[in-house]
Design a protein around this ligand. Sequence first.
Ligand code: PEP
Ligand code: MN
Length: 340
Amino acid sequence: MIVVMQHGATRENAERVAQLIREMGLKDHIIEGTHRFVIAAIGDDRFLDKGAIENVEGVERIVPILAPYKVASKEVQAEPSLVPLGGRRGGVVGGPKVAVIAGPCSVESREQILEVASAVSEAGAVALRGGAFKPRTSPYQFQGLGEKGLEYLAEARERTGLAIVTEVMSIEQVDVVARYADVFQIGTRNMHNFNLLCACGEAGKPVLLKRGWSATLEEFLLAAEYIIHAGNKQVILCERGIRTFETYVRNTLALGVIPAIKRESHLPIVVDPSQGTGHAYMVPAMCRAAIAAGADGLIIEVHPDPQHALTDGAQSITPQVLHQTIAEVEKIAAAVGRSL
Ligand code: PEP
Ligand code: MN
């Protein structure tokens, strides 16, 4: 970190900063410029309270050099992390193959999930998504089937070999979800639920972590850091769109985060074009764009009868559209040196 002093700050002020830096266990180096003092703090300062230094008289600003995340960063691991999804399909996120996770927004009934599972399996998906516990904006909307839904998902895995990705909304649900699922999904509303992040980190299953809809890239990686710090390196990041002023989409799918994450982190990243746009007609194009931009996979909402879906019908594509989309994505993947 670099501490820039105000114009007119005294050497005593700079010395005070240097002393604080030493008290924090780092080395200091005062540079007297022609107009102002600048103090360099040498060492790993990312866990220090920089605010304490900002409070010293004469400090203008603090410029961090290291990113605040560590175990999620490329500094500790240069090569990409591979996260196996489970199930019998052998799907892995982060390797040369692009992983497709597909299924309904919610598990609605045994028949519905078994039908979608066989359809997405045939289309080429390696994992089945579907919420048994649903984080709904209104308490009057369908809240999910709970444990019954998890049982149906497990039956779908038995039949198809697809890995199961499903949301866990609270610490109390971690055990029951772990009994049935292969991958925990942590939703956008829970990205800042640090206790839940830790509980999922301790549970030892892969975690698909959705980006909070108003989270910065730094906050997103720090949320991943919580899970890894709790003992679980198997984290899959998921860009699912952020809230902006725009109204023609439900969320603005920030695909620029993909190259940024690739530069900063060894963690794989998948894209959810369904929550990311809110409209089924946009989903195929965003799938292609995500893979072209370097995403490691897709998580797509698919429903055999979107018009009667209990949740997120507007953004759900049919199995036929999924088929077509996967065929197109395969070509894009090949163009960027990957396969499905
Ligand atoms: C979902 O995947 O259906 C969902 C609720 O996702 P998000 O947390 O991104 O809104
Ligand atoms: Mn949904």
